[in-house]
Design a protein around this ligand. Structure first.
Ligand SMILES: N[C@@H](CCC(=O)N[C@@H](CS)C(=O)NCC(=O)O)C(=O)O
Length: 205
């Protein structure tokens, strides 16, 4: 299987981390999105949205990082994506929450407080930051409360849900995420950061 990837992106790093954690061999193909390489005619044939990551498995092409993680974790029997249907639904619940709510707040803070300056795209927008901080607190309260009673998001072991939700904290420090009031999120994220696969794939910022 071949992964078209952009290592500084959490959407790429969580997919790559899952593959390493499961010891699934991947051929890696760097796509430099900062040079427009995800919008070439060749790449748009793989992913018409012009985004990374993309997985190629023979004739099968898959884009969207969450779908790629599910596909990878379905290759072998493993605890990240166990067979039990209620556990699977629970994992999907957290992945759905991440895509619909958590990602929005985290992405805006990362962009306004860090990426914008990095790419010289202007000053942070105080209104956007205020709104994203409000959104962040609204969701972080729920996540923190959930993690107060457990070490991982679903059941008592690491699953795909942890990879999905943790990936948005990759730029928490550089993006000035207001994490101080949330000790359980910080402790959980510190656990995820200790995973060998996470250490090998986490962007350096
Ligand atoms: N929902 C998509 C988001 C992918 C995405 O936004 N990828 C960004 C990097 S973080 C990208 O490749 N952007 C290139 C572009 O938009 O030109 C996923 O989860 O895979």
């Amino acid at each position: 299987m071949k992964l078209y990837y952009f290592p500084p992106s959490p959407n790429t790093s969580k997919v790559h981390a899952v593959a390493l954690h499961l010891q699934l061999p991947l051929e890696l193909q760097f796509v430099d999105i900062s040079k427009g390489e995800s919008h070439t005619p060749e790449f748009l044939k793989l992913n018409p949205t012009g985004r990374t990551p993309v997985l190629q498995d023979g004739d099968f092409i898959l884009w969207e990082s969450t779908a790629i993680m599910l596909y990878l974790a379905s290759q072998v029997s493993n605890a990240l994506w166990p067979d039990d249907i209620k556990t699977r639904a629970d994992i999907l619940r957290w992945q759905s929450w991440q895509l619909a709510h958590w990602y929005q707040a985290c992405q805006t803070l990362s962009y306004e407080n860090y990426v914008k300056g990095l790419l010289q795209q202007g000053e942070p927008d105080p209104q956007m930051i205020k709104r994203a901080n409000e959104q962040f607190h609204q969701e972080a309260i729920v996540l923190n409360q959930h993690l107060a009673e457990r070490d991982y998001l679903v059941g008592d072991t690491l699953t795909l849900a942890d990879f999905s939700v943790a990936s948005d904290l990759t730029y928490a420090e550089l993006g000035q995420f207001p994490l101080e009031p949330y000790p359980h999120i910080r402790a959980w994220y510190a656990r995820i950061e200790q995973l060998p696969a996470w250490k090998k794939t986490a962007p350096q910022g």
